[in-house]
Ligand binder design. Structure first.
Ligand code: PEP
Ligand code: MG
Length: 573
């Protein structure tokens, strides 16, 4: 029996045989070709075949993991149309190299060029270029793609890391969990695991690759521990844990369609953070009462050019149709900082989180912003869409955005296109200036949604992506709770509802406090909705108000946590 420690990426217990996934590496032999025209034709045929495969993979991915992930394959196809890459390969073939060597050299050069760029987004695309290169090599070599689709019995997937190409074709019904050597909590594997609710451990180190095919593993996605070749006693303990975990999840899911009403009869709105229509459907199954945050940035990432008004309109409409009459809050473009978009030429900045991002880009590029606003207004006709502005720091930004919204309406009227005449406009409160002056902003908006992920990083001056300061980053710190109280009080004073759409909304230690502070709406990852609703149903609003008073007056996040856990109504106490 051996145990490995990794990063807990998605909670739950999985027990089963390992499916160790090693993508097939194709060895490339060098030889001189005499008929370079025939070799060029062979290369072009392989590129065309690869592009056909990518169309197919994209279609399959759309059905299994949704259109955002599927869009990555469109980017892969574009690499195969990039003249810089194709010219470099063709020139080598004309010089007498065989297609495999010319391809491998061309891909390495192109990937190295991307990897050397300052732009972290483009640097990460180097892995995609290698992914595409391997695909064309496989076609040239006539080798079948060995994908995770070859899993035919339930198994825990073990790998160095998993790319979107790997997971797109996987049968999710048969995968019990993931265990990878590399990756962090925001890696593709981790995000996918949380999205489909499978236990996962990432970043467990290269020992993971020593795991034998078929070896039994216990995966504890909550603690981040993987136990290899467990003895019978350990197995039976974890089997019980798994039964309890599955039962708790199913029980919560079963009751997830019921409203979140406290024991003393106060109802709270529980909605989901989503990225597209696919995730909207799964959110409904988890009991979402609407969408509190539609992250439109996904539509703009992993592609070569901006989506048109038409494409955006169709994407928003698809989500609206899934949600019917339920509310859907569409956040306008929130890019920059940790979400770069190469074709917008955002440039390098010393402090990207404090720089040109989100609403700042939208206001500086009114055509880009109005294109998105027109798409939302059009999709809103007959549905309950609302618009939310990210990263608002000042009142004048709201006023400018309103003016551009009026212009967008005017333009649609002139084009005689149907749109939502009256659409609510709210803001994300995620910069301390907005929270502190929320009494001045409230009259200008229809709602506030507090973005605690950013509010925490800006208030504690603590980069949310920097592991060295991760110990300081805590949304339960009393400074954040006090800002939240201010925003709720100011919102309510002007008759505006207030929500939270940061990770805090689904944190079981934070929910009792947020209930006590009088928050109206909780927006979170769909999988956390059942547990959130079930917790709220066990709370008493009166008692939570007292708890909120208490926690606002202690000095540390740890003290807040212990007070919450000590509150008798918290099932974790
Ligand atoms: C937030 O900042 O809390 C938020 C929900 O937005 P994002 O995580 O996209 O910055
Ligand atoms: Mg944010």
């Amino acid at each position: 029996m051996q145990s490995l420690k990794g990063i807990p990426a998605s909670e739950g217990i999985a027990i089963g045989p390992a499916f160790v996934y090693h993508p097939v590496a194709i060895s490339v032999e060098r030889h001189v070709v005499a008929d370079t025209e025939a070799e060029l034709a062979r290369f072009h045929a392989a590129v065309e075949r690869s592009k056909e495969q990518l169309v197919q993979v994209q279609r399959e991915a759309q059905a299994t993991v949704g259109s955002n992930t599927a869009a990555i394959f469109e980017a892969h196809r574009m690499f195969l149309e990039d003249p810089t890459l194709l010219d470099a390969i063709e020139e080598r073939i004309r010089g007498g190299q065989n297609a495999e060597v010319a391809l491998a050299d061309g891909i390495n050069l192109f990937a190295a060029m991307l990897a050397a760029l300052d732009d972290s987004y483009l640097r990460e695309r180097a892995a995609d270029v290698h992914d595409v290169g391997q695909r064309v090599l496989r076609v040239l070599a006539g080798v079948e793609e060995k994908a995770l689709s070859s899993i035919h019995t339930p198994a825990i997937v073990v790998a160095q890391d998993l790319t979107p190409s790997d997971t797109a074709q996987m049968n999710k019904e048969l995968v019990l969990g993931f265990c990878t050597a590399s990756g962090g909590t925001t890696s593709h594997t981790a995000i996918l695991a949380r999205m489909i609710g499978l236990p996962a451990i990432v970043g467990a180190g290269d020992q993971v690759l020593q795991i034998q095919q078929g070896e039994t593993i216990i995966l504890d996605g909550t603690s981040g521990e993987a136990i290899l070749a467990p003895d019978d006693a350990t197995l039976s303990i974890y089997r019980e844990h798994r039964v309890a975990w599955v039962a708790a999840r199913e029980a919560a899911k079963g009751a997830a369609q019921l409203p979140a009403v406290t024991r003393d009869g106060h109802r709270f709105e529980i909605v989901a953070n989503i990225g597209d229509a696919e995730s909207a459907k799964s959110a409904l199954e988890f009991g979402a009462e609407g969408v509190g945050l539609l992250r439109t940035e996904f539509l703009f990432l992993d592609r070569a050019a901006m989506p048109s008004e038409e494409e955006q309109y169709r994407a928003y409409l698809e989500v609206a149709k899934v949600m019917g009459k339920r509310p859907v809050i569409v956040r306008t473009l929130d890019i920059g900082g940790d979400k770069p978009v190469p074709y917008l030429n955002l440039g390098q900045e010393a402090n990207p989180f404090l720089g040109w991002r989100a609403i700042r880009i939208s206001l500086a590029q009114p055509e880009l912003f109005k294109t998105q606003l027109r798409a939302i207004l059009r999709a809103g006709a007959g549905y309950n869409l609302k618009i939310m502005l990210p990263m608002i720091a000042t009142l004048s930004e709201i006023k400018q955005a309103r003016r551009l919204l009026d212009e967008a309406r005017q333009e649609l009227s002139e084009r005689r296109i149907e749109f939502a005449e009256s659409i609510e406009l709210g803001i994300m409160v995620e910069i301390p200036s907005a929270a502190i002056t929320s009494d001045l902003l409230a009259p200008e908006v229809d709602f506030f949604s507090i973005g605690t992920n950013d509010l925490t990083q800006y208030t504690l001056a603590c980069d949310r992506t920097n592991t060295r300061v991760a110990g300081l980053y805590d949304h339960l710190h009393p400074c954040i709770l006090r800002l939240i109280r201010t925003v709720i009080e100011n919102g309510h004073r002007f008759g505006k509802w207030v929500g939270v759409c940061g990770e805090m909304a689904g944190d079981l230690d934070a929910i009792p406090v947020l209930v006590g502070l009088g928050l109206d709406e909780f927006s979170m990852s769909a999988a956390t909705i059942p547990a959130t609703k079930s917790l709220i149903r066990q709370l008493d609003l009166g008692a939570m108000r007292e708890l909120a008073e208490q926690v606002l007056n202690v000095a540390t996040a740890e003290q807040v946590r212990s007070l919450v856990r000590a509150a008798a109504t918290n099932p974790r106490a």
